[in-house]
Design a binder for this molecule. Structure first.
Ligand code: KG4
Ligand code: ZN
Length: 364
């Protein structure tokens, strides 16, 4: 296998199949460490899962098999290169749905083997965590709020492979809470954009709790909010259009307050732990980062604390293969290639040493 000099220019093929997006991308990392997106293909499987109100793992895995080869070919074509130009291959190897991960990782390994190039088994969460370095040339360290359909975490990002988890969710992920709220109110999947659209037509007049607000550790808990929403909806049934809009506005407002409160606490800890080394940068990643109300709450918080808020563009916040390729390039530049025996992992915490969150379920 070729060895690659630390400062060489690298073109990396990234593959993402951890959930319900089949994605392939080519990213170049220049000698100075700056990244350039050569192509990005994302084939959403939303239509296949919509009828079930959530992602069906078996359907997702089969769809990845059907879609991935064409997505890779398209990524190469859009970048205007062929396989010879690929210096390394990176595939998301977890955390996620194992069936889909196997499809992406096996394909990535086969291409790497065929080309005689390095292979990187990328942690999907690390890819979200490192995206700001590509989009905003942000240096380490920074505080990351990762909010997606599967994850809700507050992490100190110290460097490639160096993460300290400050907070996590004890139950539902934030995007999952939006999806469940939408389902409860008869809205389509994925629920986040639907709830946001409805909320724009309503008023946050319905009292809902702010679970965990003020707690010392910046953990989240969203199950109680979901239950409170259910009770509020039942109390108003049958729901008219305005009720639904008001319930969505109230739910979104509660979420914005919770996120503001928890992130504020994490900023305290970040500064306490890193002292003068704490760069005043707050990064938001994950599909929920598309929510404008949430963004406004974080902007207010960042401004009050003198922090720069970095939110990568929506297409790079939600699942994509650019972030996988970029994380692969960063890892390779740090000499962190994997061998072809690298496993897929359903669970793969970024900070395995983080103390368990008391009361947390399996997702912590
Ligand atoms: O990061 P992502 O694309 O996929 C993973 O879960 O990894 O995130 C998808 C999640 C879904 O739960 C979706 O409802 C939520 O992000 N989401 C939103 C918005 N857009 C997407 N949540 C709230 N407001 C939005 N505008
Ligand atoms: Zn994700």
């Amino acid at each position: 296998m070729d060895t690659i000099a630390k400062d060489a220019s690298l073109t990396v093929l990234g593959i993402e199949t951890s959930c319900d997006e089949t994605a392939a991308a080519l990213v170049r990392r220049g000698p100075g460490g700056r990244g350039e997106i050569l192509s990005s293909v994302v084939r959403s499987q939303l239509d296949l899962h919509a009828a079930y109100g959530g992602v069906v793992p078996e359907i997702a895995a089969r769809a990845h098999v059907e879609l991935l080869d064409a997505a890779i070919r398209q990524a190469l074509a859009e970048a205007g290169v062929d396989f010879d130009a690929v210096d390394a291959v990176a595939a998301a190897a977890g955390p996620g749905l194992v069936g889909g991960l196997i499809v992406g990782v096996t394909t990535g390994k086969a291409i790497a083997l065929g080309l005689g190039r390095p292979f990187m088994a990328v942690n999907h969460l690390e890819a979200h965590a490192l995206t700001a370095g590509l989009t905003d040339q942000l240096d380490f360290p920074y505080l990351l709020l990762l909010v997606s359909g599967g994850h809700t975490q507050l992490l100190i990002v110290k460097g490639v492979g160096e993460y300290e988890r400050l907070g996590t969710t004890l139950d539902d992920a934030l995007g999952e809470a939006f999806d469940k709220a939408a389902k409860l109110l008869g809205l389509a999947y994925p629920g986040g954009p639907e709830v946001e659209r409805e909320a724009a037509k309503g008023q946050p007049r319905i009292p809902l709790p702010r679970p965990m607000a003020g707690r010392e550790e910046p953990h989240f808990s969203l199950a109680g909010l979901k239950t409170a929403l259910r009770h509020a909806a039942l109390a108003r049934a049958p729901l008219g259009a305005q009720d639904i809009a008001d319930l969505c506005a109230s739910f979104q407002e509660a979420v914005a307050d919770i996120v503001g409160d928890r992130t504020s606490r994490a900023l305290d800890l970040y500064q306490e732990r890193l002292g003068a080394k704490a760069q005043k940068a707050l990064v938001v990643a994950g599909g929920v980062a598309a929510n404008q109300r949430l963004k406004a709450a974080l902007e207010t918080l960042a401004a009050a604390r003198g922090f720069r808020l970095v939110v990568p563009p929506p297409e790079l916040c939600s699942d994509n293969a650019v972030m996988i390729a970029w994380a692969g390039a960063m890892r390779l530049a740090h000499g962190l290639a994997d061998d072809l025996a690298a496993p897929v992992r359903a669970r793969w915490p970024l900070d395995p040493d983080a103390p368990p969150a008391i009361g947390a379920g399996i997702k912590a």
